[in-house]
Design a protein around this ligand. Structure first.
Ligand SMILES: NC(=O)c1ccc[n+]([C@@H]2O[C@H](COP(=O)([O-])OP(=O)(O)OC[C@H]3O[C@@H](n4cnc5c(N)ncnc54)[C@H](O)[C@@H]3O)[C@@H](O)[C@H]2O)c1
Length: 261
């Protein structure tokens, strides 16, 4: 077991990639804190973990609310005595053509996807600094580097707000790696390509989702969409001691997306 005795917080673990990450880290012995605003989804993850004799508990934490993140991290330290791993995974989308994007679409996506990483990292840092160890893994996206068209493949929308947030996550990863490295904290990012989750249908109809899956699968060199487990395996690498000399990096888990290369 690569994470025996470790305490891991996974934000947004009540669904999709976060749930798969929670499972993968738990399989390697970590105690998981499922931090989400989605209580039914979070409890579902916890009961799945329990059925596999893994350890976990739900924490209601809104990553876009600074007080909530500070309180949440404090509660975890009070309960477990430490925090070894933080996976900043919570995210939302509001894909729309740029000229129809309004201020609220911008603010919601930036608040959760970028400011949420800032708040969680700042709230966890004092605890990791006191321990002189920690792993922070930020979930970015291929949208943080490439500028693939979102007006094709069953989607009418653009993703300027999301792309800006995810590009910010990649750069935030590098700057935090520099600041936290002297304290024994590694900060890395995983940038997934297309993976079918609840998020895929946020601003798409079921027909558009189908078309989107086909187009995105075809634009990957490996010719298939990713799975939540593909992403979780990369997170496990950054969470484990096997990556102890790796920091400030972004690992693309995208099947070789030609529109990013
Ligand atoms: N699915 C993909 O193709 C894909 C590709 C690249 C990157 N990503 C990124 O992966 C991450 C997970 O996405 P997913 O596809 O699993 O989406 P999802 O919608 O299935 O899950 C997102 C989770 O985040 C939670 N969340 C939303 N706002 C929150 C908040 N303010 N505080 C706490 N939790 C909050 C939701 O409740 C949900 O449980 C996101 O950061 C997303 O941008 C996804």
């Amino acid at each position: 077991m690569r994470l025996l005795g470790k305490v891991a917080i996974v934000t947004g673990a009540g669904s999709g990639l976060g749930r798969a990450i929670a499972h993968r880290l738990a399989q390697q012995g970590a105690s998981i804190v499922v931090a989400d605003i989605n209580e039914p989804g979070g409890h579902q993850t916890i009961s799945e973990l329990a059925s596999q004799n893994a350890k976990g508990h739900f924490l209601r934490m809104d990553v876009a609310n600074q007080e909530s993140t500070i309180r949440g991290m404090k509660e975890v330290v009070e309960a477990h005595g430490r925090i070894d791993i933080l996976v900043n995974n919570a995210g939302v989308t509001r894909h729309r053509p740029f000229m129809t994007l309004n201020s609220e679409d911008w603010d919601v996506v930036l608040a959760v996807d970028l400011k949420g990483v800032f708040f969680c990292a700042q709230a966890v840092a004092p605890h990791m600094i006191a321990q002189r160890s920690g792993k922070i893994i930020n979930i970015s996206s291929i949208s943080g580097t490439g500028a693939s068209s979102h007006a094709v493949g069953g989607s009418q929308g653009g993703n300027a707000n999301y792309a800006a947030a995810k590009a910010g996550v990649i750069q935030l990863t590098k700057t935090l790696a520099r600041e936290f490295g002297p304290h024994g904290i590694n900060v890395n990012s995983v940038a997934p390509g297309f993976v079918l989750t609840a998020m895929t249908g946020t601003t798409r109809s079921p027909e558009e989702v189908k078309e989107h899956v086909a187009v995105r699968s075809a634009s990957a060199v490996l010719g298939r969409p990713g799975t939540p487990e593909d992403v979780a395996n990369a997170v496990l690498f950054f969470a484990s001691d096997e990556s102890s000399f790796v920091t400030g990096q972004t690992l693309y888990v995208d099947g070789g997306r030609t529109d990013r290369m």
